[in-house]
Design a protein around this ligand. Structure first.
Ligand SMILES: [Zn+2]
Length: 468
């Protein structure tokens, strides 16, 4: 039975999805004005672990991650670089998708963009205005926090404390300093969309409310994000969605811990700011993912040279065994079956992950398994094929499937169609050489292909090939 720590209830709860064996899940995606940093990477990868484990457990997951492609930060960058906000957003949306792919994060069911959902966003704001929860001013539309009694239930803050704590903002158009913008009227030179309240653009919070509602419904199962998003972003999402629909918004809220660099908060001013992309030349995606998996998602994580190095070393042990098993698998060994209870390992792995995705514990199970299989292989150099298949399968399903930390995946997901076309091209070249009586080059092609396990067969109808 899967239990999830629900930020909203401040306790672990049994996970019961709305629909049997199906999960609707939303994660706040990036604002596409720059490359994302390694702290963001932790959120994206943790969401990926959750999604992959749900799939491993037999759920069908609809996974939505939005792209905020219009925002003050995007406009600022566009102005500084004398280009359009759209070109900034397009460039960094592309970079985002490349980087999460590099990090082996499974593709979302959909990456909805804010600028493609202006209709839904405006419709939701209209509902809030009609219900008297939002009000229009000279510079936009604001949400009246006082009108939503549940405000503060996610972050555990009450409005009086927040009022006191909130710095008195210069904006006198707002009825209360806590009120937040749903729609911002465009200033000269800013991109805008038409609305009943004048040309402008949406606030950040309403984008997530409108897009999650459109793609997952008014109530859905899991919403995740970094713990820095609890307040105000997620608190405001709840206020908007629940006030607009009159229904509970999200059933399980999950938040990921911070990532520090050398025990310090990452910041541009401290000079320890690292984008995920900066890391790619030094560390493998698998090591980064493995480092993250070794820490529970709610706990803070300290990223140091030493921690990532030791992750890489640990991972190599797992990788070595997996490659050895892959070799044994193709050698079709046929010896004795070592004694090992696969069922116990499978159960221990699931028990760990079912306990609020306790990945460090699950990693412990996986490495106990690696040790035991390694020991078995000392005694039985060529064990039974059945044993090899099971051991290979367990590592592939858990380390590969749930955590995405096996290197072999890239190799296995090759492109056989392209391969065949390239071999065909080599054959055409070889025929050309023969016609030109350059038999030396023709033989070179044949011999080199043979070294790669591709055997050519000449006949009077032409040349065919066989992969060995
Ligand atoms: Zn969001």
């Amino acid at each position: 039975m899967l239990k999830i720590y629900n930020t909203l209830k401040r306790q672990k709860e049994e996970f019961i999805p709305l629909k049997e064996k199906e999960v609707s899940m939303y994660t706040c995606g990036p604002t596409v004005y720059d490359f994302f940093h390694i702290g963001n990477a932790r959120s994206f990868i943790n969401a990926d672990f959750v999604r992959r484990y749900l799939e491993y457990s037999g759920y069908k997951v609809k996974f939505i991650m939005n792209l905020t492609d219009i925002d003050d930060k995007i406009i600022r960058r566009a102005n500084a670089e004398d280009r359009s906000a759209e070109s900034v957003a397009t460039e960094y949306s592309k970079a985002f998708l490349e980087d999460i792919k590099h990090l082996n994060v499974k593709k979302a069911t959909l990456y909805p963009k804010a600028t493609h959902h202006m209709g839904e966003i405006i419709e939701m704001i209209e509902k809030l205005v009609q219900k008297g929860i939002a009000y229009a001013t000279d510079d936009g539309v604001y949400y009246n926090v006082e009108k939503f009694p549940g405000y503060g239930k996610l972050s555990g803050k009450n409005t009086e404390d927040l009022q006191e704590g909130a710095r008195v903002e210069v904006n006198e158009l707002k009825q209360s300093p806590l009120d937040f913008a749903l729609w911002k009227k465009a200033k000269p030179g800013e991109p805008f969309w038409p609305s009943p309240w004048g040309d402008g653009r949406p606030g950040w919070h309403i984008e997530c409310s409108a897009m999650s509602c459109k793609h997952l419904g008014e109530t859905f199962d899991i919403h995740t994000g970094g713990s820095d998003l609890v307040f105000p972003h997620h608190e405001n999402e709840i206020a908007q969605s629940e006030a607009a629909t009159g229904k509970p918004f999200v059933r399980y809220w999950m938040h990921y811990g911070f990532l520090n660099i050398d025990n310090e908060k990452m910041s541009k001013s401290l000079g320890n700011f690292k984008t995920a992309r900066d890391m790619f030349s030094t560390y493998s995606a698998e090591s980064i993912r493995f480092l993250f998996a070794q820490r529970h998602y709610t706990a803070p994580l300290d990223f140091t040279e030493q921690s990532i190095q030791s992750a890489a070393t640990g991972l190599q042990r797992l990788q070595n065994l997996f490659e050895r098993l892959t070799t044994l698998l193709s050698a079709k060994t046929n010896g004795e079956t070592p004694e090992l209870s696969f069922k116990d390992y499978e159960k221990a792995f699931s028990d760990a992950m079912d306990d609020d995705f306790n990945s460090p514990k699950a990693m412990g199970v996986l490495f106990d398994f690696v040790s035991e299989v390694n020991q078995a292989l000392v005694k039985h150099e060529s064990p039974s094929l059945q044993f090899v298949k099971k051991a290979h399968g367990f590592i592939k399903k858990t380390a590969g499937g749930v955590f995405g930390i096996l290197k072999i995946q890239a190799k296995e997901s090759g492109n056989p169609e392209l391969e065949d076309k390239l071999i065909g091209l080599m054959l055409t070249l070889r025929t050309e050489m023969k016609l030109k009586k350059d038999f030396q080059t023709a033989d070179l092609i044949r011999n080199e292909l043979q070294k790669l396990g591709i055997v050519l067969q000449d006949s009077k109808d032409g040349t065919t090939f066989k992969k060995q």
